[in-house]
Design a protein around this ligand. Structure first.
Ligand code: ATP
Ligand code: MG
Length: 376
């Protein structure tokens, strides 16, 4: 359906009419073949970026050189941005990083991509091209395999270690586990993760943890020593029970992070202030002893429910009966006493202490004590 989109067809036609190859590539092709939703659409072409700019301008659409050094031009059609990237190839490996140059051949462009299932292309009619010859069969078998030798590919870009686990978590056949050769290379080169920017690591980890079931992939990360390089102190074993307890709730990377624990998570994954606060609340409340009512009152029903799930996963028990209901009651409860209800003549400090004490009794009564009870 998305391939029929007028904007995409217009962009592909614009390139084709200019005498160029115009193909969809990467995640959109992979996901379409798997029958999964498509997030962003990448278009690849043998046209050089200046030529793409020229064709777009001639067609009356606005080209924006969003990443011209990587060969990417964004064209806005029907108010939708479309990223067009020129074919590239790895010309040499300089030090550790591959130097890329523009390429004319789709085979070269495919060869510099990370995994065979990410090196699939499709034309405007949805005909699929598999330049490497292994992408379609790997996709059918749900195998995430590196393009070329895993070790070499990882040395070019250590982010590929995390991408290996991310794509394995989302798309691999869980009964087979990660590709053994890829896994061995990740284990051997895990130390290279230290060279990556925290933004890139954070973005990959978020996507990994947003998979329906990231537990087997995260367990593999721990076994291979990768997890310790990403999140020192994190412990994967409670993740599988958490996924089970979540029972199909929408995937939530922070809830999963809270069960993993680890040191300096917010800093290492470059979480926002709001995410950091939420993670800390979930982490601490799950590991504290407060019941669902108090938690609901203090942090809201949703967070109290999350904390309950995380606690049950860490302990290895089912979710306690009535937890969600009690959390909801706590979240709805309003403390019925105000400073004005208390005796005049008390100092500010005394007043505060008295109110706090009453509130504690009220919470301990499971919010049953009324205003009159409390004042009496
Ligand atoms: P998603 O659905 O998450 O967007 P995606 O496959 O589109 O998945 P992106 O990170 O958007 O993933 O990258 C787009 C494509 O670019 C990939 O499919 C892959 O072919 C290529 N690619 C991206 N990052 C790398 C990398 N670090 N090394 C090699 N190829 C990469
Ligand atoms: Mg993408």
């Amino acid at each position: 359906d998305w391939l029929a989109d007028a904007g995409i067809q217009a962009v592909l036609a614009m390139l084709a009419e200019g005498g160029h190859q115009a193909l969809l590539v990467g995640g959109c092709v992979r996901n379409a073949l798997l029958g999964l939703p498509v997030s962003d659409i990448d278009i690849s072409t043998d046209a050089r970026p200046e030529r793409v700019m020229e064709l777009a301008t001639a067609a009356g659409v606005r080209p924006v050189p969003t990443g011209i050094e990587h060969g990417t031009v964004t064209v806005v059609v029907n108010h939708e941005p479309h990223e067009i990237t020129t074919f590239r190839r790895d010309v040499e490996t300089f030090g550790r990083h591959a130097i890329v140059a523009f390429a004319d051949r789709i085979e070269d462009d495919a060869a510099r991509r990370d995994f065979t299932v990410n090196a699939l292309y499709a034309d405007a009619w949805g005909r699929v091209i598999d330049p490497l010859g292994g992408g379609l069969s790997d996709l059918a078998a749900r195998r995430i395999r590196f393009v070329g030798l895993p070790e070499d590919r990882i040395r070019e870009d250590y982010l590929r270690i995390l991408r290996f686990f991310r794509f394995t978590a989302h798309y691999a056949d869980p009964t087979h586990g990660p590709d053994p050769e890829g896994l061995a290379a990740c284990a051997m080169l895990a130390g290279g993760i230290a060279t990556l920017s925290r933004e890139r690591v954070g973005a990959e980890m978020r996507k990994l943890l947003a998979a329906v079931d990231p537990a087997p992939a995260v367990a593999a990360m721990q076994i291979t020593g990768v997890l310790a390089h990403v999140l020192p102190g994190a412990e994967a074993s409670a993740l599988a029970p958490l996924i089970h307890l979540e029972a199909g709730r929408a995937p939530d990377a922070l809830r999963r992070l809270a069960v993993l624990g680890g040191q300096d998570v917010a800093e290492r994954l470059r979480l926002s202030r709001a995410e950091d606060r939420r993670l800390e609340t979930l982490h601490d409340c799950a590991r504290g002893g407060e019941g669902p009512g108090v938690l609901g009152y203090r942090i809201g029903a949703q967070a109290a429910l999350d904390a309950g799930l995380i606690r049950a996963a860490l302990i290895g028990t089912p979710m306690p009966e009535g937890w969600a209901e009690a959390a909801l009651r706590g979240a709805a409860a309003r403390f019925p006493v105000t400073a004005r209800d208390l005796m005049p003549g008390l100092s500010g400090a005394e007043l505060g202490a008295r109110l706090k004490d009453l509130e504690a009794r009220w919470i301990a009564s499971d919010f049953a004590l009324t205003r009159d009870d409390l004042l009496a």
